[in-house]
Design a protein around this ligand. Sequence first.
Ligand code: PMP
Length: 405
Amino acid sequence: MAFDVAAVRAQFPILTGDGPVPRLHYLDNGATAQIPRAVLDAMAAHETTARANVHRSVHRLAEAATRAYEGARESVARFVGAQASQVVFTSGTTSAINLVAHAFGARLGPGDEVLISTLEHHSNIVPWQLLRDRNGIVLKALPATTDGRMDLDRLDDLVTERTRLIALTHAANVTGAVTDVARVVTAARAAGAEVLLDGAQMVPHGPLDVPALGVGFYCFSGHKMFGPNGIGVLWGRSDLLESMPPFMGGGEMIAHVSLEQTSYAAPPMRFEAGTPPITPAIGLAAAADWLSAQDLAGAETHLKNLTAQLIDGLSGMQGVSLVGPAGTQARMPVVSFTMDPLHPHDVAQILDSHGVAVRGGHHCAQPYMDSRDIAGTVRASLALYNDADDVEALLRGLREVRALL
Ligand code: PMP
């Protein structure tokens, strides 16, 4: 049976066109995806039946809240094939990477090397630069190939016996290129290094067996996978989490506190200081359950077809250059391009007046833009509720932009 995109779309109140937002061609899912009714309902149900703080009081509401929060952790753990104790709730991918840069980074010192790539989001660059400035580590970067992938041929000369961590995106947010994780893990193992993957653009496409990837850390954000914002996940291998000191101090993360010193709780609580994002965690679990229940094989084919339709349409257009792989293999449904002589912001602005939401700019990936000598790109990033009409509306809008020039 063909993938029923209309049935998926109907579950997203903002996309139906009968609410306050008119029919919108929403192609900015890489920035934030929309939220289905099931997730909104799960959060509303929690707020109206079990709102209380967690791991503290013993009254029944507090116990219900704790059960719901820890139940959410179990659902999210199932979604990534992991144990609940390996799932740390954070406020998003950015805070998950910062957590690792502090807690894992605490034992790195002068001469230790961290390898990133030119294709990283700023959230997987700046925390390592801060660590370099704090601890004197050496920060290196894999270059990108001309078709917007990481140049993994350079692993051989960039990974050394001083490499402690290879921190890379699983799927690049500008080009959609998917990283060959097995190759990275092989290189890391040979050097005795750990691997961190930024899964922000990967996880919205379905459940994963994260432990089977062979990496040490995996990070993602709720708002890009049809969940709420303010919530994300750091998955960590148990031995790594157990060996790391806390990042932030406060309530929740302790075993015992005296005025002189503190002993810490075991992971994951060691890394969750303060009142956690309880309702967002419940929403994230609902999003993981919702996504797992979709026809994901059908969605994958559907999105490949839309990506091909988009790339085809762009290919014939005067002044348009693709920034990223030319095909649909080993790439997410993210398509970036430039439109000479316009600035990407201007293209995005004009498309908005046609009811098409895309992002124009550097996409928090300035080093990659610099490496291409461009100010930015226009980026269309698709989710499973997008359809051929959305892609056609984008192409039509671009043809009209062309006609204005
Ligand atoms: N990494 C990648 C690849 C991303 O696309 C993004 C979001 N644009 C982030 C990290 C940061 O995610 P967040 O802002 O949710 O922390």
